[in-house]
Design a protein around this ligand. Sequence first.
Ligand code: 5GP
Length: 127
Amino acid sequence: MQDFNNTYDKENIFAKILRGEIPCSKVYENEFCLAFNDINPQADIHVLVIPKKEYISMDDFSSKASSEEINSFFRAVGEVARKLGVDNSGYRIIANHGADSHQEVPHFHVHILGGNSLGTLLVKGGK
Ligand code: 5GP
């Protein structure tokens, strides 16, 4: 089982995207982060924003990243949403951490979902 609080897996798919080993459909980039379209979109707009440095999850990022990185990252999330044109219509951001959330890729990322009505946040209890 993936350990979401311990060692960063340099072979995870987003690490490969950051190294340019796997292509992505880039939406935005700055010094600290990259945003690209999700390969399996769950809404009309589904973009992932990731930090360029090695953080496993929200927990890892929020405890280890510098204030500058955190500031830049969350400003980028807002900027990407505006760039995507969903700031008026609305959007949802999701960050999965760990096993119960079903985090699939162990490199911290925020999903930006929008472009259509998204329904309720979760099926009751997530089950
Ligand atoms: P998680 O479940 O970890 O929060 O979300 C991982 C997301 O990464 C999923 O929505 C999945 O579709 C997306 N994903 C997985 N592999 C790739 C890939 O190779 N390229 C892109 N663009 N997205 C991917």
